[in-house]
Ligand binder design. Sequence first.
Ligand code: NDP
Length: 295
Amino acid sequence: MTARRIDGKAAAAELRERVARSAAEFERRAGRPPGLATVLVGEDPASAVYVRMKGKATAEAGMAGFAHHLPDTVSQAELLELVEELNRDERVDGILVQLPLPAQVDSARVIAALDPAKDVDGFHPINVGRLAAGLDALVPCTPLGCLYLLKAELGSLAGLDSVVIGRSNIVGKPMAALLVAESATVTIAHSKSRDLPEIVRRADVVIAAVGRPEMVRGEWIKPGATVIDVGINRISSADGKVRLVGDVAFDEAVQVAGAITPVPGGVGPMTIAMLLRNTLVTAHRRAGLPEPEGF
Ligand code: NDP
């Protein structure tokens, strides 16, 4: 028997449609659409693609987009000035500073300068702390998307053995905090973990966020486990074509797992959907309206 494919593309499309309906309702009540500002620095092609995709999704959801593109020679002071301006701008409900930033800029200082109420990426220390403390927080979009898929698949996660492979601030750590909040039993594995295959074999839920193509093998997976593959790795095949693979050897794992996300079409589309969701939520909070339901 092969695993169920968890269709992140369909889940993201459904979520984005609901966000768009709620954004239209928000505009009727608040007299303006929810607004998302993006800040792109320099010409990194991957960052430019991400920001463009986010801008397109913002427009499709009926939200206002405010795109700022600065040269990679920008000074720290100039960037902080822009952040302050966006913090003050009443039309802006969410601010996204695309990382990485150039070397002359201290990313941590820029993130700390964001208004935590507009921090739709959930990277500000206040939101990180609130998540860790189990308080209501703005949560990073990728782990939030993973949790959404997991709950849609499994319902309650209480008591499940879960392993998060990777401990980055963007994916691994917030993912682990979310799973703890759902009362799962959580192991965080990383490059220093001993006997990773054995750790993974115990898990009912596996989240792979490593950045190593097909590192997690099928024989590591407990039969019936739910596997969420966050990895996005570009590899060149023998014929010279570039293809995307995850951190999990999909063809092997699909024979063993109960359910699994493909790459592409799994976690990736959920990240942008959750960015729109977070912007919808901050817009309601800032306008003093009740939280939108069902998100
Ligand atoms: P980072 O490079 O920041 O973190 C990778 C983590 O994996 C680290 O904690 C590292 O351990 C761990 N690791 C590395 N090698 C091993 C190993 N051999 N065994 C066990 N653990 C290991 O990556 P990110 O968290 O930012 O991203 C992870 C992946 O997810 C990437 O492929 C990225 O492209 C993808 N991604 C996808 C997104 C999406 O929208 N779908 C969004 C964000 C990321 P240590 O801490 O010890 O170094």
